[in-house]
Design a protein around this ligand. Structure first.
Ligand SMILES: Cc1cc2nc3c(=O)[nH]c(=O)nc-3n(C[C@H](O)[C@H](O)[C@H](O)COP(=O)(O)OP(=O)(O)OC[C@H]3O[C@@H](n4cnc5c(N)ncnc54)[C@H](O)[C@@H]3O)c2cc1C
Length: 323
């Protein structure tokens, strides 16, 4: 970042601005380099205000929620990273029924938990999902046969050039692990979202959540990860393909392909983002050699990656979509 840009940020954000911050502490895989500048926001108004200022300064901005679905480059992120801790949640009743209104930095697990505590059902699936409302809406996160789009009613979305507006479920154009926010070239920020819920039996909801928790405990390896690295190809399991090419348990630097679940990479010994990327490439190459397909990554590469890596990652994403 230029000195003049940094000076402008210091002037606008004063003590709120943090400089040269290690991003590994803001990701669940515990890898990644330095952010030039970092701001933490605590409510949706602040998220909106800070984002607009950064846009006015014409600096790149990256909003991070739980950092649970991203691999940040070891060279870090240029521009401003905003850590979204806007976490207010409330419940509303209207003629159409009940909804949970949440700021985008609220954890999905907390949104689900609050609904259950108020005897409202329908979000149990999200009670064990890592990450925030913003991340879930952006990537249409889902598990146990449900996904964000099933409960999503509307969101307040801030667009760099069009300002703030309400996006309905249809406007979001949700697809499998994707939404208009993820596919857009222009920057969007989700400020808040509303999710539909309905009156339910609290004990039943608790039992569902417990089943999901047990399933995660059984199937998900412990340790720093990004969850599943790849989508399951049609009629297949990415984890089974990875196992069948003999990669379960292999290590590179401080990272390993889990010996429990082939679709998880665990950063067991303080590995770098490059170690993790090496393992991703190894999986892609071996699976392609044997089955002729590239697996489609669920995760995103963030920050200052070299052009070749960016190109290769884009290839993995397109080829599988067309397969
Ligand atoms: C152990 C583990 C298990 C997991 N299991 C599942 C699972 O079962 N199902 C599933 O779908 N995923 C799963 N994931 C992945 C992850 O939890 C989800 O993708 C989650 O929704 C990401 O949310 P986040 O807040 O961490 O997003 P981040 O990782 O912080 O961000 C992801 C992307 O969303 C963008 N973003 C975040 N907030 C906003 C916002 N307010 N406005 C605009 N853009 C925004 C970011 O810029 C980034 O591009 C798992 C991850 C882990 C570590």
């Amino acid at each position: 970042m230029l000195d003049s840009q940094l000076s402008a940020l210091r002037e606008k954000f004063a003590t709120r601005l943090q400089e040269n911050v290690r991003l590994k502490n803001y990701t669940t895989i515990r890898a990644g380099g330095i952010a030039d500048a970092l701001l933490i926001v605590y409510d949706a108004d602040e998220l909106e205000r800070f984002t607009k200022i950064v846009w006015e300064l014409d600096l790149p901005i990256l909003i991070l929620g739980g950092g649970s679905n991203i691999l940040v480059s070891d060279r870090g992120v240029r521009g401003v990273v905003v850590i979204n801790h806007a976490h207010n949640i409330s419940i509303h009743e209207s003629d159409d029924g009940f909804c949970v209104h949440a700021e985008s930095g609220a954890l999905m697990s907390k949104v689900a938990r609050l609904a259950i505590n108020r005897h409202l059902a329908g979000l149990e699936w999200a009670a064990t999902l890592p990450g925030t409302v913003g991340g879930a809406v952006f990537g249409n996160a889902g598990c146990f046969g449900k996904e964000t789009s099933h409960n999503f009613m509307q969101a307040e979305i801030l667009h760099r050039y069009k300002g703030k507006s309400i996006y309905t479920n249809q406007d979001m154009a949700f697809e499998y692990r994707s939404s208009i926010l993820k596919r857009a070239e222009e920057p969007f920020v989700a400020l808040t979202a509303d999710f539909s819920v309905c009156p339910g039996d609290r004990e039943e909801s608790e039992m569902k959540v417990e089943t999901y928790r047990q399933r995660r405990l059984k199937n998900q390896p412990p340790g720093p990860s990004m969850g599943s690295i790849f989508r399951n190809p049609p009629e297949e399991k990415a984890g089974r393909l990875i196992e069948s090419v003999g990669l379960k348990g292999i290590t590179h630097g401080g990272a390993e392909i889990s010996s429990q679940h082939g679709n998880f990479i665990i950063n067991s010994s303080n590995g770098s983002a490059q170690d993790i990327w090496y393992l991703i490439q190894t999986i892609e190459n071996k699976v392609h050699q044997k089955y002729g397909i590239f697996l489609h990554p669920e995760i995103e590469l963030i920050g200052d990656w070299d052009a070749q890596t960016v190109q290769e990652f884009a290839r993995y994403q397109t080829v599988q979509e067309n397969a």
